[in-house]
Design a protein around this ligand. Structure first.
Ligand code: ZN
Length: 332
């Protein structure tokens, strides 16, 4: 009985050892197989990626990704997102801007978006040849007309052969008809700042159209020239504003904050510190301090070789068209 028992135990022991050996062999085989499969997969992925990048589809994919970046011939204007705006502002070295004249408007990244027309640069990046290479600055005056300040600004412009753009509020123009006429007689430009200084982002298309076109009607009745350019109050051009306005929207890239400081010296400092070719400088023709600053800064700018031009002249000189549906920030 005992011998039989031992014999049986030995047999069981041998069976268990064989099973373990088989299991460990299977284990190793399994691991090797998995490693082999992983290696094959990696090789296939690497090969496919290389082929993709070599083929035209890969190049097209990369070209498409590149073309989605602003400043590379894209003409979608406000359709570009905030990230694109940020990229563009950064890549174009735009100075940071602060507020417009009314109630603490702080521009978002969206507002930093600069938009040139499709002709600004072709897909190959070739810029149009400059028709006029003299450094230019486009001063813009919002919220007028207001004769006491405008007359001083116009005197300075007349004395130095310069021009500027006045974005007028429609419901003010009949009170300052001779002021408005003098602006155009001196070759300066009258732009549109809506009829009642409204935030266009809050208006439906019909109300938006009234704000813009009734201003154009009023200006044309006095000067005989229908304004072409619009500056939206509060810099508010988001949503449907850009496409519904029906005119090129003109922003700025230098904000003197003259409405805020009402300090002649600070405004002069801001103008001189930001005097660079192609800049659009934002001011407001409602303040004596603005007129004083302009009187002081302009002779210095002229001495430095700057030509003072209207917004339309600035873009025309650079061969860049101003088109409805686009927003412009200077530096064409
Ligand atoms: Zn305004």
């Amino acid at each position: 009985m005992a011998v039989k028992h031992i014999h049986r135990n030995t047999k069981t022991y041998r069976t268990t050892r064989r099973a373990r050996r088989i299991r460990s062999v299977l284990d190793v085989t399994m691991k090797l197989s998995l490693l082999f499969i992983a290696a094959v997969c990696l090789t296939v992925v690497a090969f496919q990626t290389r082929q993709f990048l070599r083929r035209d589809t890969g190049k097209q994919f990369i070209a498409q990704a590149a073309s989605m970046l602003p400043g590379s011939g894209d003409s979608s204007g406000a359709a570009s997102g905030a990230a694109a705006s940020k990229f563009f502002a950064k890549s174009h070295g735009l100075p940071s801007r602060t507020t417009g004249p009314a109630a603490g408007f702080k521009p978002s990244l969206q507002n930093l978006m600069a938009k040139g027309s499709p002709s600004e640069a072709g897909p190959d990046g070739d810029a149009q040849p400059a028709a006029d290479t003299q450094p230019m600055i486009a001063f813009t005056f919002d919220d007028g007309p207001y004769a006491p300040v405008d007359s001083r600004i116009l005197n300075v412009l007349e004395a130095h052969g310069g021009r500027a753009t006045f974005f007028v509020v429609g419901n003010r123009v009949n009170d300052y008809q001779s002021d408005l006429k003098r602006i155009t007689e001196l070759g300066s430009e009258v732009g549109n700042h809506t009829f009642e200084h409204k935030n266009l982002e809050k208006l439906d298309p019909a109300a938006m159209s009234f704000q813009i076109e009734s201003t154009n009607d009023a200006v044309e009745a006095i000067t005989g020239i229908r304004p072409r350019l619009v500056r939206v109050p509060y810099g508010a051009f988001k949503g449907q504003v850009t496409t519904q306005a029906g005119h090129p929207l003109i922003q700025w890239n230098v904000d003197t904050e003259d409405w805020k400081s009402k300090d002649k010296d600070q405004v002069v400092q801001s103008i001189l510190a930001n005097a660079a070719d192609g800049n659009i400088i934002l001011m407001h023709d409602l303040y004596e301090s603005t007129a004083e600053a302009f009187e002081e800064a302009v002779p210095l700018l002229v001495e430095q070789g700057f030509k003072l031009v209207t917004v339309s002249e600035l873009y025309e000189a650079r061969g860049v068209s101003l088109d409805p549906g686009n927003v412009y920030f200077g530096r064409p």
